[in-house]
Design a protein. Structure first.
Length: 194
């Protein structure tokens, strides 16, 4: 039996707020591992021009490297069709204890997710507070959750992509190995030489 916390997301790109949330979850929750799961084809972002799953997977591997209690898992990027969290949860052994790590904005939206009732029956939820969606909204939406003790980091993938698209550097907002990958693959308009 593995006590696992799943931190899923588009990871476009995986950034420091994702890693801080994983660290807070490991320190706060009684879990063995934090599993970072990049979405394959996230149905709620179907029209958002998401970066190819292959790039997001390779960046996620780099983001979690060398942290013994972090792992990257590719089951969603290798799945055909839309990515639903309930399918991912079902793909782990039934005896595993699973906690979902979510930002407060995502947690408040769980009732709109595919098979949300079964999902909430199968997992516990740990939430990182994010600007714009407070504790009251989350608890009114899905009930009691574990709140992660972490600073509010106003960093998002949307913000980083927009910054990069106009020539701004996103170095130090992602791990160095992720930034090097972004530059070498010219993702998000990042085309720096050093």
């Amino acid at each position: 039996m593995v006590r696992r916390a799943l931190l899923g997301g588009t990871f476009d790109p995986p950034h420091l707020a994702h890693l801080v949330a994983g660290e807070a979850a490991f320190r706060t929750l009684d879990v063995d591992v934090i599993t970072f799961v990049p979405a394959g084809a996230p149905w709620q972002k179907a029209d958002d021009g998401v970066t190819a799953a292959r790039h997001r997977w390779l960046m996620t591997q780099r983001a979690v490297a060398d942290v013994e209690y972090f792992e990257a898992d590719d089951r969603e990027v290798n799945r055909d069709g839309w990515t639903y969290t309930i399918d991912t949860v079902r793909s782990f052994p039934d005896e595993d204890e699973t906690t979902l790590i979510l930002g407060s904005d995502a947690a408040a939206g769980i009732p709109s997710w595919h098979e949300a009732d079964e999902l909430l029956d199968r997992v516990s939820v740990a939430v990182a507070e994010r600007p714009g969606t407070g504790r009251t909204a989350v608890e009114a939406s899905i009930g009691t959750v574990d709140w992660l003790d972490m600073p509010l980091l106003p960093v998002s993938g949307t913000q980083l992509r927009a910054r990069a698209a106009v020539g701004g550097s996103i170095r130090f907002m992602v791990r160095e190995s992720v930034w090097e990958y972004i530059v070498s693959n010219r993702l998000y308009g990042q085309d720096f030489t050093g």
